[in-house]
Ligand binder design. Sequence first.
Ligand code: MN
Ligand code: MN
Ligand code: ZN
Length: 283
Amino acid sequence: MEIKIGAHVSISGGFIKALDREEKLGGNCGQVFVHSPRVWKFGKLSEKEARNFREEYNKRGWGPILVHSNYLINLATPKPDLFKRSVETLKEELRRAKMLGMEYVVFHPGSHTGSGEEKGIQSIIQGLNMVKEVIDDNTKLLLENTAGKGTSLGKNVDQLSQMFEKSKLTFDEAGVCIDTCHAFSAGYNIHTEKGLDDFVEEFDSKIGWDNVKAIHLNDSKYSQGSEKDEHAHIGEGKIGEQGMENIVNHPRIKEKPLILETPVDKEKGYRENIEKVADLMKN
Ligand code: MN
Ligand code: MN
Ligand code: ZN
């Protein structure tokens, strides 16, 4: 089985440049933003530019590519203006991903910011029903599990499964991206063999493991249950070397596209972390 592994790369200089960056890192799948993650506006994307990219992407013959959604989007918000803007932005990201032939848009379900878990999840479900119309077979929406920081929702399997059960989205239209740092920070002991098995099994029974379309493979700077969302180099965080070795060698994990969102700093970038994963897989 060929392992799919890649990283979140920049689109600066154009989308095709992102393909080059990915290959330089030794990646064969990956993730990009389609606009700046901290502003609402979108740049221009012509059909011609999109077609050029699609042709080039098809030629390279690897994938999938995830589009990571903008960080301002919050479908759980009690504020009507922010909700409306979030729905519109997520729709536009899905349209752009489709134009570019990218397979998934991944987003964080949102934070209720005080309205409470039940209302927040209700709002997310309403939002999902509204973006449904722009989803097709080629580009699906992925919900990412969160670390549970503040009032963020989607931190456990039950919350995520409610979003699927109560929304009109089908599993042909949507799925999940599991972030290992977030799951660990949210309290799951996925660094142990038993904890990881239990997590996979719970996911499988409540959502279906086939509906996990990608893994964000990150170590965590903070401890299990800290609810903090800060990623660490593979093997150098609190999940640790043994924990990451367990994760990357788990048969149900390594069958998924593994996408790194590890830090890029003076010591290490993605290339070193991808090499580290390859090393751990040999053990
Ligand atoms: Mn994310
Ligand atoms: Mn992530
Ligand atoms: Zn994170």
